[in-house]
Design a protein around this ligand. Sequence first.
Ligand code: NI
Length: 186
Amino acid sequence: MILPVYAYGSPVLKKVAEVITAEYAGLSQLISDMFETMWAADGVGLAAPQIGLAIRLFVMDARVYSEEDPALKDFKKVFINAHILERTGEEELIQEGCLSIPNIHEDILRPGRIRIQYLDEDFAEHDEWYEGMVARIIQHEYDHLDGILFPELLSPLKKRLLKGKLRDISTGKITVKYRMVFPLKK
Ligand code: NI
């Protein structure tokens, strides 16, 4: 089932999300709904707060990048209770977007390499290093779990320039092809 995506300004996007257990009710259905929602919106990552749940879960599908990086040809993953343990490597400026912030894309500086510990959909433990596009998407999704959205990482000037556009997103004065929940829509 495709779920509505919560837009910028929704309080749930600012919460610090909670750890979950394997007993979390309806988890496998939720994960499959999150993939379906992400794909329908042409996203490569979706965090649970974006569908209104403040829990430490995000999904990713980076297979679209497998042309540039063949290692990504099967990269469809679920990250539960993730912890980024290390961030290293040169900082890279990469353009980011977010399904909660449609039609805005900004260059964001983040470390190029990360080590992440997480549970997959079967609650099996992983401890892995990632770089490139995957490290980038993981850091973006991981920020969602701590209530951080990419505009907050911009310079004060850039933030000021985006203010009107962000307001239009919160009030629903935008054109978007997927279903959204707008917190300030009258
Ligand atoms: Ni996002």
